[in-house]
Design a protein around this ligand. Structure first.
Ligand SMILES: Cc1ncc(COP(=O)(O)O)c(C=O)c1O
Length: 387
């Protein structure tokens, strides 16, 4: 099978050294229950955490009514929508900014399909640094509104998300900004792996049989697997769960690579799906996703927009959890995985619900902080005179 990734690798994560012989053995009571409780396995030195928003410690819900309607009595929902900006992107943002604050950096940049941008805008605002965001021109207006409300500069890139990533990354290199781009900055994976530690604690120091995860660029899934692998390295568990990745039918490069069948153009059309958060044509760490799925004995499934919208409704009506379509993809994916025999109904299954629809109140977006750009020179011109 050929490579399906962009240029990013995970070497940065592999170079980080932790003391697995002693980590997580003496965890205190979970108060406050935040991701910093796992800092023995995070790349930040001792000393007070400077990042001001509460991060992690999201609930693992037993979802009795959902269990009954799906017919899976040991189903759990890890509800990442309870994060400060309603998505799991807050974890990555927090760790990247924590590192940046320690290094005295005053501007952070990222490209995003939407949620990472909102998390970065709000995280930067809370930490008192500048956020410069790059999105595709079809990014949801509601999310743009939120970014500018938090004081971020937002650049819309007509050539789409991949071009936005390129511009953000070259801006970071050229201007010395903190690069939060998912998959590029290994700290995004380090932060998101804490979900695995939380699930393990919340299940009474046990791991599930299967986890089901939406896949865009890939760090959410790869990080979850890394967290479980580190629990094995620490000698705290003896095996890892199978990992099932979910993509939208209209944008399923990794499902097609997994199946080894070529994708038709209608299956590689990010603008065509309701699941904008996972609509990524060239996933930054797609090869690592496929490797995890293969090693863990899991699989990749594609789900229709109708199934995604249905999952949003079912999560609301049977679990009391509000999710956006990309955030609800794990539930739609579970149905597909059950159908294909990838999951047995008696197994302990955790669905990662990654994001909720967000709405901006207050005044409309400050159009003075939004510009359409194609080059770094244009970015520099717009920002000239700012700080
Ligand atoms: C709601 C939601 N779920 C899942 C993902 C996919 O995460 P990753 O890019 O880490 O695969 C995203 C990415 O933006 C998202 O916004």
């Amino acid at each position: 099978m050929g490579s399906v990734t962009g240029s990013v690798d995970l070497a940065g994560c592999e170079r980080l050294q932790y003391d697995y012989a002693s980590a997580l053995r003496t965890l205190g009571p979970p108060e406050p229950f935040t991701m910093w409780r796992y800092r023995e396995l995070l790349p930040i030195p001792d000393g007070p955490v400077r990042y001001p928003l509460p991060i992690g410690g999201t609930p693992l819900l037993p979802v009795p009514a959902l269990r009954e309607s799906v017919g899976t009595p040991r189903l759990w929902v890890k509800d990442e929508t309870r994060s400060p900006t309603a998505s799991n992107k807050d974890r990555a943002t927090a760790l990247v900014i924590e590192d940046g604050l320690r290094r005295g950096i005053s501007t952070i940049t990222t490209a995003s399909t939407g949620n990472a941008a909102v998390a970065t805008a709000f995280g930067a605002a809370a930490a008192g640094i500048r956020a410069v965001i790059f999105v595709s021109t079809d990014c949801q207006p509601e999310k743009l509104h939120l970014m500018t409300q938090a004081g971020a500069w937002v650049f819309q890139v007509p050539d789409g998300y991949a071009a936005a990533v390129d511009l953000s990354r070259s801006a970071a290199r050229t201007f010395g900004w903190l690069d939060r781009n998912t998959g590029a900055n290994p700290y995004t994976v380090e932060a998101k792996k804490t979900v695995a530690f939380e699930v393990w604690e919340q299940l009474g120091r046990r791991i599930p049989d299967v986890v089901v995860v939406p896949v865009g660029d890939g760090p959410t899934l790869v990080a979850l697997d890394k967290g479980f692998a580190e629990l094995v390295s620490c000698g705290l568990v003896t095996r890892q769960p199978r990992v099932i990745g979910v993509q939208a039918e209209h944008c399923q490069p990794l499902v097609r690579a997994w199946l080894g069948t070529p994708a038709g153009p209608e299956e590689l059309d990010p603008a065509a799906t309701v699941a904008d958060g996972i609509a990524v044509l060239r996933p930054a760490i797609g090869d690592a996703v496929l490797d995890v799925v293969r090693r863990s004995g899991g699989g990749m499934v594609a789900v229709t927009d109708a199934a995604l919208l249905n999952a949003v409704g079912t999560l609301a009506s049977r679990a009391g959890v509000g999710a956006e379509p990309a955030g609800a993809a794990a539930l739609a994916g579970l149905a597909a995985a059950l159908e294909r025999g990838l999951v047995d109904r008696s197994e302990t299954v955790v669905l990662l619900v990654t994001g909720r629809e967000v709405k901006a109140g207050g005044a409309p977006a400050d159009q003075g902080r939004v510009a359409v750009v194609e080059t770094l020179d244009e970015v520099e011109r717009v920002l000239a005179g700012d700080r």
